[in-house]
Design a protein around this ligand. Structure first.
Ligand code: SF4
Ligand code: SF4
Length: 197
């Protein structure tokens, strides 16, 4: 099949268009009009979508993934048992945990560990939520409703265990809604110390 060629003739620019002066003036009039309207036109006429952060803050939706927190047990200790599921699931490899054993005599000794060190690099985090999904103990949550406060210091984005335990959820509590069965209490569903050992 023979190829057909379509010839497009370009319309010639007028002298006024070629000089660009009138178009530049039109652009400047438009820009200055917006500037005066947004600067002096008052809140109701302003078309600016930005807000004056940090004096003004947006209300985030309920499902917003805020920065992490570690949930506490009733005695204030972390619910985390240092199983490393979260750090293993983390695609950004920004969670660092050093597990430790509870002291002899503590009912949790021999059953569970605790995180002696628990650090999240919030600047490396991609807020995927995999760590929360992976946790078997509801020990890590992203329900603070907070985003990272701006800072020029790298160290301000490294959240340690104390910082994470000290952040409340949106409801203001440090616990979680899920029940916690402690080793030694009669409702504990795990291995019985007397029969299991
Ligand atoms: S939200 Fe995702 S990237 Fe951030 S710490 Fe959790 S698993 Fe890692
Ligand atoms: S936060 Fe949860 S998943 Fe991560 S180490 Fe602690 S118990 Fe395991």
């Amino acid at each position: 099949m023979a190829a057909t060629v379509k010839v497009i003739t370009k319309s010639k620019r007028t002298l006024r268009e070629q000089a660009y002066v009138a178009e530049i003036a039109k652009g400047l009039v438009f820009t200055m009009g917006r500037f005066f309207k947004n600067t002096f036109g008052g809140e109701e006429r302003s078309e600016i979508a930005t807000i004056r952060y940090p004096e003004e803050k947006r209300v985030y939706p309920q499902r917003f993934r805020g920065i992490h927190r570690l949930t506490q047990r009733a005695d204030g200790s972390p619910r985390c048992v240092a199983c490393l599921c979260c750090s293993t699931a983390c695609p950004a490899q920004c969670i660092y945990i050093e597990p430790a054993e509870y002291e002899e005599g503590d009912p949790r000794h021999g059953y569970e560990r605790y995180p002696a060190v628990f650090v999240i690099d919030e600047l490396r985090c991609i807020f995927c939520g995999y760590c929360v999904e992976a946790c078997p103990c509801d020990a890590i949550r992203m329900d603070t409703g907070l985003h990272m406060p701006p800072s020029t210091k790298r160290a301000h984005f490294i959240y340690d265990k104390e910082t994470l335990l000290g952040l409340p959820g949106r409801d203001g509590t440090y616990l979680s809604a899920n029940p916690r069965h402690e080793p030694g209490d009669p409702t504990y569903p795990g291995v019985d110390r007397e029969k299991g050992h």
